[in-house]
Ligand binder design. Structure first.
Ligand SMILES: Nc1nc2c(c(=O)[nH]1)N[C@H]1C(S)=C(S)[C@@H](COP(=O)(O)O)O[C@H]1N2
Ligand SMILES: [Mo]
Length: 390
């Protein structure tokens, strides 16, 4: 496993993005969190085939070269595990005890799933595409070994941004991230983005797989009771990256830096509270912001005397969804997106002069990033709150 990642469970490999080391908009692959339910399957790219079957007119067997020779599409998207932040819940819940770092932002290139489905010719009765990974194993409550598999509803499967990914951050996929080919369902929690794809099956009835009916489900109010539903789109969320919880700061000018994301929407606004949520201040969005992508933000904070503070951030999406202040118990151990308090202590020593300097450095980096990526045939609309833009 990459030594830059924060290991949560060594086997199977589950490891977090070290958020404190995030300095740019796109997460380098070596810092990109890894979420595996089973051991990483050994796959030789030349022998690998993707079968497309089920209710289609012409079943297909595609090689990596077949996919590589089709028109490629590139987009940027944040991937977050639905269990991200689970260790911060006060209620005890089962599952991998993630801190804040089961999230990262990548550049993804590949073939729209729709293009392959069109080639196979979907029957009119198809309602879902079951996407099957090569990895396999048992779970405590499912002792019978099974493949990792998920049914993707047709509307999302046919969306032009749902990709069979061959490259991540401009390089062929690594084994940890699903080589040779994975799915990317941008805007949805990571579980939908099946790695190590081997089979796509068009089906007439919704798939009732373990990873969408037993795990990765939440409760939703219905009449007097509740119903169990599979997790799909990502909630609106923000994270304070610096300072970190428990950090001692000096009086003077401090910079609070963070990230925010909102599924298939762009982030419109981030607010910051330094008094545990009683009052809120507008944070500044930095660099590009776009649908599917996280946004970097900062708040320049003047602290005039020693005291303890609770920092909270609150994001609002372009469509007006607001990050909640409490975890909804109906969500159980998933979709943990409430504003989490970051306690910091301000001491009488003065803040180091470097703190404001960082701001300019970051802006410079964002502009350099935009320029260096102007070569990309990006299919998303980027907007810039600073700099020249693409
Ligand atoms: N085949 C397969 N695909 C998978 C998984 C898996 O265990 N097996 N984990 C899923 C989950 S829960 C997440 S959050 C993402 C994580 O993608 P990453 O490891 O590239 O960050 O992959 C998804 N795809
Ligand atoms: Mo996940």
């Amino acid at each position: 496993m990459d030594p830059n990642l924060k290991v949560v469970t060594p086997s199977p490999e589950n490891a977090e993005t070290p958020l404190a080391e995030i300095h740019g908009w796109v997460t380098p692959t070596r810092l990109f969190f890894v979420r595996n339910h089973f051991d990483i399957p050994a796959i030789d790219r030349t022998g690998w085939r993707l079968s497309v079957e089920g209710c289609v007119r012409s079943p297909l067997e595609l090689t990596w070269d077949d996919l590589n020779n089709m028109p490629q599409r590139t987009l940027l998207a944040t991937l977050e595990c639905a269990g991200n932040g689970r260790s911060f819940l006060s209620q005890r819940v089962a599952g991998v005890p993630w801190g804040a770092g089961a999230v990262a932002h990548g550049e993804w290139s590949g073939v729209p799933l729709a293009a392959v489905l069109e080639q196979a010719g979907l029957d009119a009765e198809a309602v879902e595409i079951v996407c099957v990974g090569a990895d396999r194993g048992a779970e405590p409550d499912h002792p019978e070994p099974m493949h990792f598999a998920r049914g993707l509803p047709l509307a999302k499967a046919l969306h032009r941004d749902t990709l069979l990914v061959l490259r991540m951050n401009g390089e062929p996929l690594t084994p940890s991230h699903g080589a040779p080919v994975r799915l990317l369902v941008p805007g949805w929690y990571g579980v939908a983005s099946v790695k190590w794809l081997t089979r796509l099956e068009a089906v007439r009835t919704p798939f009732r797989g373990y990873f969408q009916t037993v795990k990765y489900t939440v409760q939703r109010g219905r009449g007097q009771g509740t119903e169990t539903v599979g997790i799909q789109g990502m909630a609106v969320k923000s994270e304070i990256v610096r300072p970190f919880a428990g950090e001692a700061l000096g009086v003077g000018r401090q910079r609070v830096f963070g990230l925010a994301w909102a599924g298939d929407e762009a982030v419109a606004r981030v607010e910051l509270s330094t008094d545990g949520g009683q009052t809120w201040n507008e944070a500044e969005l930095l660099g590009p912001f776009a649908p599917y992508s996280w946004t970097m933000w900062e708040f320049l904070w003047k602290v005039d005397r020693p005291a303890s503070h609770l920092l909270l951030s609150r994001a609002t999406s372009a469509g007006g969804r607001v990050q909640p202040q409490q975890h909804d118990p109906l969500l159980g151990g998933y979709m943990i997106h409430f504003s989490r308090a970051i306690p910091v202590r301000v001491e009488s020593r003065s803040a180091s002069a470097a703190t404001w300097g960082d701001v300019e450095t970051l802006r410079y980096d964002m502009n350099a990033f935009a320029e260096s990526n102007a070569r990309l045939p990006l299919d998303v609309d980027l907007e810039f709150s600073h700099g020249a833009g693409i």
